[in-house]
Design a protein around this ligand. Structure first.
Ligand code: SF4
Ligand code: SF4
Length: 306
């Protein structure tokens, strides 16, 4: 029996690594495992997905997971984003994990097997930033027939593989185990392989050009792309410390900072700031730019979460 998992997140949230951790944990547990990311939209903040199959028999499928038994959603704003297509191929019995503090008021299509944990908050507390791979992996492992021990070992292997130091590896293990413990288990019902629709070609549904085309086709219409919806963290300027040096203005790749007023103070346009934090890294004055986790309440209020 193959269990098929699709992980959805945004570029920078490390969903590819999350898939690797779960795949390695499954392998350590004695399963066959296959994990792969979807290449193409490797941009910080853009919707990304990765795929995972675990099985006690040979896995003769490749590529996109069309009929997920589990969907993991690292960023709840993706639920209503047509580019992310998180519900693609889901059936009512599909289990879904959502990285969110509470499921109150949250609807994921008509799925009923929902579970959650606030991985972002745990990652910021333990790692100091919203890198979610180990936490989401811990939550997904909770839904699979994989032990805590295999999860712990897999996090160590994968974090060492990407070059983390011992202390960072330990913190990632803590994050994974916290999310494993904190995620309520929901039943997972794998779809028998013979019920899968085989040999499906990629079907691209119609979308209006302003959504589907990644090009700026006319001078000046870049403003229509609300790249601010990609953010997971936002830079905040403290004008009492800012020296108006303009470095952040020079470095912002989205031209989301303008210099305004008689004192040329930098002003961030949050509709277009994608949260890359280059301004934060380049600012020469300690404390002039700080980083805040993007407000979930604000996203809900703006209709980003349905
Ligand atoms: S780089 Fe820092 S100090 Fe310079 S203008 Fe920007 S916020 Fe102010
Ligand atoms: S985080 Fe800073 S550099 Fe990046 S897009 Fe936003 S304002 Fe520009």
């Amino acid at each position: 029996m193959i269990i098929r998992v699709r992980l959805h997140g945004r570029g920078g949230q490390a969903m590819k690594t999350a898939g690797r951790v779960v795949g390695t944990a499954a392998f350590l547990e004695g399963f066959r495992a296959q994990d792969s990311p979807m290449y193409g939209p490797e941009r910080r903040g853009a919707p990304v997905a990765s795929f995972l199959r675990i099985s006690d028999e040979e896995i003769a499928e490749r590529g996109y997971v069309w009929s997920p038994d589990i969907i993991a959603i690292a960023d709840p704003t993706l639920i209503g984003d047509p580019r992310a297509n998180v519900l693609d191929g889901a059936r009512q019995s599909t289990a879904a994990f959502v990285n969110i503090p509470t499921l109150d008021g949250i609807r994921v299509g008509d799925l009923t097997r929902l579970t959650n944990y606030d991985v972002t908050r745990a990652a910021i507390r333990l790692l100091g930033r919203a890198v979610l791979s180990s936490g989401v992996a811990g939550a997904v492992v909770k839904l699979l027939p994989i032990s805590r021990q295999s999860l712990e070992e897999a996090v160590k292997i994968e974090m060492e593989d990407i070059g983390l130091k011992e202390r960072e590896i330990d913190l990632n293990v803590k994050l994974a185990l916290e999310c494993f413990e904190g995620t309520p288990r929901v039943p997972v019902e794998p779809l028998p392989t013979e019920e899968l629709q085989q040999f499906r070609a990629v079907e691209l549904g119609w979308q209006p050009p302003e959504v589907s085309i990644g090009l700026i086709r006319n001078v000046g219409n870049g403003v229509e792309k609300m790249t601010g919806s990609w953010r997971v963290s936002r830079p905040v300027i403290d004008y009492s410390k800012c020296t108006r040096c303009g470095v952040c203005f020079d470095y912002c790749p989205e031209a989301a900072i303008t210099l305004a007023g008689p004192d040329n103070r930098p002003v961030i346009d949050y509709d277009h700031c994608k949260g890359c934090l280059i301004c934060y890294n380049e600012c020469p004055v300690k404390g002039a730019i700080t980083v805040e986790e993007e407000g979930l309440a604000e996203k809900v209020a703006s209709g980003g979460v349905v």
